[in-house]
Every structure is written in C-alpha cells, then in structure tokens.
Design a protein around this ligand. Sequence first.
Ligand code: ATP
Ligand code: MG
Length: 404
Amino acid sequence: MTSTLIQSTTVGPAAVSGRPAEAGLSASVSESLAAALRRSAQLERRIGEDPRSFRILTGDRPTGELHLGHYFGTLRNRVRLQDAGAELFVVVADYQALTDRDTARALDEHVIGLVTDYLATGIDPGRATIFAHSAVPELNQLLLPFLSLVSTGELGRNPTVKDEIAQLPSGGATPRTPRGAPDGSAIVSGARRQASVSGLMFTYPVHQAADILFCKGNLVPVGQDQLPHLEVTRLVARRFNERYPGAGGPVFPEPDALLSAAPLLLGTDGGKMSKSRGNAVALRATADETARLIRGAKTDAQRRISYDPASRPEVSSLVLLAALCLERDPESVAEQIGDGGAAALKATVTEAVNERFAPLRARRAELAADPGYARQVLRDGSARARTVAVATLEEVRGAMGMRY
Ligand code: ATP
Ligand code: MG
C-alpha cells in the first residue's frame, strides 16, 4: 500500500495535481503545492518506519454526499493510516456546514450519510474516533485564544477562503443559497463579496486549527485546497507555543498535510470536484448514474488521449481517475486508449469506477439500512473526543495562566 503513495508523491506536481499551471493559481500556491508534495514523500517514509508516531485528524463538512475526489484525495489515506496503526480522529465538521448556508436543513441526513460513507470506506469505529465538533464544546472553546493569534489580514489572504467566497452567490450578510449553486448574477467584486460573508466563513481556518489541535493531531491527510488552512493551523500552533510555553514543553505539535496521488480531482465541469458544485460523482452513485455523469464530463477536442495535466487538465483528470481505480500509472492508461478519443476514455473510466466501487457501494447499502448504527458510532466517538478535548483545554488554560 505504501508503494502506491511513494510512487504518487515522487512524481512532480504537474503530474498529480491536475492543474498546477492553471490561470489564477498563483506562483506561491504552485510552490507550496510542490513543497507539500516533497514533504508528503518524506512523511511516507516516516509512516513506513513508525506509523504509531502519528495522530491523524481529518474530516469533512456534512454538506452532501462524499465523492470520488474525497476517496482518492483523503479517505483512502485515512483508512490506510488507520490500518497501519496510526491513531485516527475524523471530524464531522457540522458547524462549518453553516459557513455558507443559513439553514441547517438536511444537516442530520448529511451527517448520518457522511458517517455511513466513512464506515463503508473502511474507517473502523473500534479503532478510530468519529465525532461531530458541535458535540465537543471544549474543542470549540479553543477558538477564542486561537483567534487572538492571527490577524484579519492573514485570514483575508487565504486563497481557499477567497475561492470559496468567489463561489458564493451575491447577497446579504449570509448567503441565501448553498455554495456553488448556479447564480448568473453573482459577478461581484472580490472586496464586496468579502465584506458580505459571515464571520464564520472568514474565520473557519482558525476553527479548523481547533479541530486539528484539540487532539494534538500531527498529520492531516487532505486535498490540495486544504494546504492554506494547514498553514493557518501551523501558524496558530507555533504562535501559541511561543506565547504560552507550557511547563512540560510546547503544548501543540505543528501538523503536516499529507497529500495523495490525487490532491485535486476535477469534477465533470472541469473545476474541483466538490459536493456543493453539482459536478461530483458520489461514492454511492449507481453504475448507471456514474455512466451518465462521466458521459457528460468536460474534455477537449483532441482525439488522441494523453496524460498531460498542465495543458489538458480535464482529460488528464479522467485518465488519472481510471488509473487510480485500476492501480496503474496514468501514462499507460492514456497510451492504451490512444486514438480512441473522449468516448473510449469515458467508457474506460466508467468501467473502472464501477468495478472499483462495487464492493464499497454494496457495503454502503447494507449500512444505510440501519441508520441507528451510524448514529451510535457518532455518539460514542463524540464522547471519546470530548475526554480528549477536556484534557487539552485544561492544559491550554494552565499554559495561559487561567487556572484559578
Ligand atoms: P464543499 O463543496 O461543501 O466544500 P467538498 O467536496 O469541497 O465540499 P470538503 O468537505 O470541503 O469537500 O473537503 C473534505 C476533504 O476532501 C478535504 O480534505 C479536501 O481537501 C478533500 N477534497 C475535497 N474535494 C477534493 C477533490 N476534488 N480532490 C481531492 N481532494 C478533495
Ligand atoms: Mg470544500
């Protein structure tokens, strides 16, 4: 299993990201991606030597169904690390679902669906802690000291927050429709948009720092869009440790991001595959739905299929998807399709996805028949996460001189 990752992380950023050279992706983002890929390769070596030295925290917003981007971007790594012996915490980031919605409608359904996806993917509640951050008040209390450690200027420069703000429809203090919902009137200047987003949206990277640091997570398997947030977490940890040196040494680790072979899988419209952009193939999709969605995926006019992420991002992301499902390298998949064009490429991808995910989908259907089980897993995990958060908050208050 490790070899898949070593292979993936030793190839250059252009080969794996899908679109490192796209317009709008600043040089500093490409540089930080390249640095994160090099770092991930080093981390893979350390994971191979001593997986138990890692405590993993990662999670997802309950905003819709998990998709293939999640699977290859982070879920598969979570399960691999868990199976290798690392301690795994998975947060259902329910407060963060409210960053771009002003209603909690369908939240319960999404939360239970998310936990069901985790279980179907192989996250084992006997070894891993799956929790909702709204159920862990002590985690959320960390947000207060953490907010004092970052400036609004630093938050405003976060490229992922800027991108997510750009996806919002225009409007009042909180957005009226889910992020990414088509809205032709949404051409509003960046500054105006930023002024109208909620404080929660603006500060959610700091909230994520609390999610990661409450359990002293030191490794975070994520997609490329999360790299700027990880930098915020590292900054918060560093500044906290400098400002409040604990009696027994630094209170927090500076966690690393772990990227996979697919740090940015593209959706059917050529943008990042996202739950809330209507461009995703859900993990639980049927074989027919998968075929229909992939048939409609954006490609280009060249007949010969090649793997060239920098100049052919959409075609290359499809090739990569087939390659990941088939556990082959993308160049050989492209070579085999050759002059078959987009139709042959899409047929290959559809078959590969449907074969690869058939067992997971069957497992998911069985689990979905008993939603009470997922609910119980979440309750148990939240209780366990809470004991960890209580201990960390106690340490934080001690370091800050707030134990009266
Ligand atoms: P939303 O549209 O609601 O933001 P999302 O699809 O972007 O949903 P998140 O819950 O924001 O999903 O992200 C969960 C995790 O999955 C993060 O670690 C993120 O980096 C990773 N991820 C999401 N989309 C992709 C993708 N297309 N490729 C690789 N990783 C991804
Ligand atoms: Mg997202």
